[in-house]
Design a protein around this ligand. Sequence first.
Ligand SMILES: NC(=O)c1ccc[n+]([C@@H]2O[C@H](COP(=O)([O-])OP(=O)(O)OC[C@H]3O[C@@H](n4cnc5c(N)ncnc54)[C@H](O)[C@@H]3O)[C@@H](O)[C@H]2O)c1
Length: 395
Amino acid sequence: MENILILGGDGYLGWPSAMFFSNKRYKVTVVDNYLRRDICKKLDISMLYNVPNLIERARIWHKLTGLEIKVAIGDLQDSEFVRSLFNGTVKYDWAASKEYAGLPDTVIHFAEMPSAPYSMMDYRTANLTISNNLIVTNNLMYAVKDFSVETHIVKLGTMGEYGTPNIDIEEGWLEIEHNGRKDKFIYPRQAGSIYHTTKIMDTDLLWFGVRTWGLKVTDLMQGPVYGIETEESKIDERLKTIFNYDEIFGTVINRFLVQAVAGYPLTVYGAGGQTRGYININDTIQCIYLSIKNPPAEGELNIYNQFTETFTVKELAEQIQSIAIKLGYDCNISLIKNPRKELENHYYNVNHKSLLGLGLKPHYLTEKVLKGMFKFVGKFKENIKKDIIFKGVKW
Ligand SMILES: NC(=O)c1ccc[n+]([C@@H]2O[C@H](COP(=O)([O-])OP(=O)(O)OC[C@H]3O[C@@H](n4cnc5c(N)ncnc54)[C@H](O)[C@@H]3O)[C@@H](O)[C@H]2O)c1
């Protein structure tokens, strides 16, 4: 049985991934310190519905399926805590059997502060983002180097690392010819927020570990994720993942859906020509699974561009508006002054063949998918607080 350690297991992507791998009979351990929930509380941001804490969810999962997801609650910025997950001294906060899970074959690293607007609020939130994301990544890298060099690290990066250059975006690498000589480098990156800049620095740290100590790393350049339900979350209401619809943590498609249900105009920044690559939550999990099934060789860094289709923000708003109207919602689009520093019209042509080549079967943003999400969000209409939707964090 393969052994997987999931860092950030309480999160939007971490918990559905934990259930997916547990259901596939992997031995799963999840770790989290509730940073995401704590920031939401501090900023008075409520989620669309309440979700039991990680220990409760692991208990419910075990009761319903008989499968064990071990839970360790702790701050991964604490290097001794991270090392305890690798040297066998960890104390689980919940487990069906308290016996040490053993060295992980794979670590999936989700445990970061993932919000661009949060990182841009002020110097304190920028500092938290930088120290949290870089120290967690560095602690993980050292623990793998010191205890388990064979472990494959699957790291969630972001398409935002590339920015919006005026040339085609390749998958991670670019061959450059200069003064008659050639070499291959990591594709030039130019992020648009402090958060995205930490993701570039994460990639650089791990690339150093790969070159220097022969680590095996896959870095997934992921686009904004949308969706709620996965096969496993359908087993029981209490197993659904966390869902934010505010400007700080809500990703754009999830946010627009809630805005449409609440009768709040869809807030398009500037002209809405910003193009990004998007991915369904079920495909995120598929991509991680495919990456684990196809690990890099020792001393190699795999970089995959992880999204399935591109849209401008205006196209997304129009698509969601048209379905909202069909479903009887009164839905308007409002073009507002862009609080961010970003290009609103730009070239965007991204190579994303690798994961398709490994067997990814995309779930596209169809009318059926959107209607399913509308139905789901509609059940929680009474919980929506309009005052948290837009805060206007400026760059
Ligand atoms: N959701 C997206 O659209 C998206 C897009 C691109 C990339 N990503 C990346 O994917 C990863 C997961 O994203 P998500 O949307 O699930 O975010 P999330 O905030 O829901 O999940 C991250 C989890 O990590 C935990 N965490 C953070 N710092 C920690 C620490 N020091 N110790 C222990 N736990 C800690 C948080 O409490 C949270 O539960 C992130 O690295 C993010 O940058 C997400």
